[in-house]
Design a protein around this ligand. Structure first.
Ligand code: 3AM
Length: 383
């Protein structure tokens, strides 16, 4: 049964990976063909759509930067700005700030794994203007709603904790709707940047396989990110408590791959795909969550280089500090497939069992005769 499940997951993984590869290849060929076609409006190294997107991206980046700077200058500027429209969808992150070691202790309950994002000192793939903490805060102020969240939501009950803060269930007073509120402390360095990105990605990429963003507020020193409540818990909980049947693994795989396909077709890389970040509802819906480490690719920045993610799920190109794209999420999802079959990602227990060659070693005292013989040999050879 294990083998059958492993084969099923491997098949899903390889089909997804190769499907992805061939889709990209087909797009690449189609683009090259369009550009070389005699009726092409004018020869260009960029297809027209991409050139347009590039202009908008650059403009958006500038607008956001100006808006952030204006808002930093004083609250009246921020108040006079219409909120979301001033901030472009997920501008590519500043190398220094995105990469700034967030030390975001993963929400992972897997003791030896960690979620991290570290600075990439080399490479030109992520070189954009660095923002200060104040600028990120200004952007955040423009993204969030102005109301009194503590009045808008009642009956808050904590359902879990992560490195970022806590997640609560709550009831929206006006509608009686149950929601989940992720409370993220803004006191930690880089947390404001992660909050900005998480809001932007969730707000701008709504899909039936992505946890639905509802609203956000600044409450004292916290961001309250209000989202749909997923009453079935995380895939991690399911894996930890049960053994999933083949059909269940297949349906979860299909739903997650649909979510990833949606994100990737919008040039978003999740960068922290793992069972903890896949949430379920009792009605059977399966959704990707936790977009704090997500990256928006642009025409100018079609690859990333930051070492970001959670160790056991991380694709080799991230570890080896090579430029990478959306395929890293497919690798991580392959590891999720292995979690669903085997209950844990590969190598989780590796640190407590080393290779038999090493564990069969003699005690260190067994080296003494060897060292004495060497010394004797050296002493003899001196005469
Ligand atoms: O601590 P556990 O793993 O039980 O699944 C998430 C995690 O639960 C849960 O909050 C905990 C800390 O991250 N969680 C996060 N977002 C959620 C949501 N939208 C959620 N649970 C339900 N709905």
């Amino acid at each position: 049964m294990d083998r059958v499940c492993a084969a099923a997951v491997c098949t899903v993984f390889s089909v997804a990976y190769s499907g992805y590869f061939f889709t990209q290849l087909a797009r690449h060929i189609a683009r090259a063909w369009r550009e070389s076609a005699p009726w092409s409006p004018k020869p260009s190294t960029q297809p027209p759509v991409a050139a347009c997107a590039q202009e908008e991206e650059a403009k958006g980046e500038q607008d956001a930067h100006q808006a952030a700077t204006a808002a930093t200058a004083g609250p009246e500027h921020a108040a006079s700005s219409s909120s979301a429209s001033l901030v472009p969808p997920a501008p590519a992150a500043a190398a220094g700030s995105e990469e700034a070691s967030s030390g975001q202790a993963g929400s992972s309950s897997t003791s030896s794994s960690c979620t991290w994002s570290t600075s990439s000192s080399s490479g030109s793939t992520e070189h954009l203007p660095e923002r200060t903490e104040d600028e990120w805060l200004a952007m955040l102020r423009m993204l969030v709603s102005q109301g009194d969240a503590e009045a808008k939501y009642t009956d808050l009950e904590s359902i879990g904790k992560g490195g970022f803060g806590t997640v609560c269930t709550a009831v929206e007073t006006a509608t009686g709707e149950e929601v989940a509120i992720k409370k993220i402390s803004l006191l930690q360095e880089s947390s404001k940047e992660l909050c900005v990105k998480e809001i932007q990605v969730m707000r701008d990429h709504k899909n039936s396989n992505v946890v639905n963003y509802i609203d956000s507020f600044l409450v004292h020193e916290e961001l309250w990110l209000v989202m749909e409540y997923m009453d079935g818990g995380s895939l991690y909980d399911v894996i930890r408590e049960t053994r999933m049947a083949e059909g269940e693994i297949a349906v979860v795989s299909r739903e997650c791959l649909q979510g990833l396909d949606f994100l990737h077709s919008n040039n978003v890389i999740h960068r922290d795909v793992k069972s903890h970040n896949i949430l379920l509802s009792l009605d059977g819906s399966v959704k990707l969550a936790d977009f704090g480490l997500a990256a928006q690719l642009t025409a100018e920045q079609s690859k990333r280089r930051s070492a970001v993610g959670t160790t056991y799920w991380m694709a080799p190109e991230i570890f080896t500090r090579k430029p990478y794209g959306p395929k890293v999420d497919i690798w991580s999802f392959g590891i999720v497939g292995m979690e669903m079959v085997e209950g844990a990602p590969p190598y989780l227990m590796r640190s407590s069992r080393t290779h038999p060659f090493v564990t069969s070693a003699q005690p260190t005292s067994s080296l003494t005769p060897l060292l004495m013989a060497v010394q004797q040999f050296m002493a003899d050879s001196r005469f």
